[in-house]
Design a protein around this ligand. Structure first.
Ligand code: IPD
Ligand code: CA
Ligand code: CA
Length: 257
């Protein structure tokens, strides 16, 4: 199954890279001016689903653009065919494909492919996390002032949901630096690879997080809600870190809750 996920992610990712600047239709989603979808997102999703269905036609799917296809299988593929759509529409080369597989409700496999950097991130439950087939680990930074953190903002940021702006300000005052890439799946992979020390975001969907959360956990990192409690990819809040700075990040988040 991991080979299938890799083939699908790489094929779709190459298609995305080839399609920069060539899309024709940009639509707004849910009436939000900044939440966009192009025909490339949809085509990428078709590529992925048809590849998986060739081998596993009886499996379930939860895919961002086509929703859920429920066949009552114990396996369910969770797919973001283009994470970083806004970057993609600007030709800003930070976007990826994210594919996770759940078995009986637990994520057991995650694949993220970044076609611009040609980086393939893979994880299988209990077997570690890899970047281009080599093992990766989270960083060992233990203080916030030495930490490079990352975050993202929801499309309705103008209404400041869940104090997103206050959290950002609070971390600005504590961390060494904060970055904002615009692709949650890659933010998670970068934590897994030790490039970032921590990542928080107020509202994500299962397809943004499914694969990346497993990558972080398999690379030795920690995943909770903003209060430090265990959570699942079906809850919106996400906090991941190298583990060492986790409690410190929770303290900062608690200031604006
Ligand atoms: C978005 C990206 C972004 C995050 C948004 C997501 P999309 O996904 O992951 O980094 O801040 O919340 O919706 O729409 O580009 O697939
Ligand atoms: Ca996404
Ligand atoms: Ca997407």
């Amino acid at each position: 199954m991991i080979e299938t996920a890799i083939e699908a992610a790489v094929e779709a990712g190459r298609f995305l890279k080839m399609s920069v600047g060539k899309f024709r239709h940009v639509e707004q989603k849910e009436g939000q001016e900044t939440n966009l979808v192009t025909e490339i997102d949809k085509r990428s999703e078709e590529i992925i689903i048809s590849k998986i269905k060739q081998r596993y036609h009886h499996h379930d799917f939860l895919a961002e653009e086509s929703g859920s296809h429920d066949t009552k299988s114990e396996y369910r593929w969770i797919i973001d065919p283009l994470d970083g759509t806004l970057n993609f529409t600007h030709g800003f080369p930070i976007f990826c494909v994210s594919i996770a597989l759940e078995c009986k409700g637990e994520v057991v496999l995650g694949v993220v492919y970044d076609p611009n950097a040609d980086e393939l991130y893979t994880a299988e439950k209990g077997r570690g996390a890899m970047l281009n087939h080599k093992p990766i680990r989270v960083s060992t930074t233990s203080s916030l002032i030495e930490s490079m953190l990352v975050t993202g903002f929801p499309y309705n940021i103008r209404s400041n949901p869940d104090h997103a702006v206050e959290h950002f300000n609070n971390f600005l005052m504590e961390a060494q630096a904060i970055r904002r890439l615009g692709s949650a799946a890659l933010d998670l992979c970068y934590v897994a690879a030790g490039r970032f020390d921590g990542f928080w975001e107020v509202a994500l969907n299962p397809w943004d997080m499914g694969a990346g959360v497993l990558l972080v956990q398999e690379a030795g990192g920690k995943y909770t809600d903003f209060r430090g409690f265990p959570t699942t990819i079906y809850q919106k809040q996400l906090l991941v870190s190298n583990g060492r700075i986790h409690d410190k990040m929770v303290e900062v988040l608690k200031r604006a809750m």
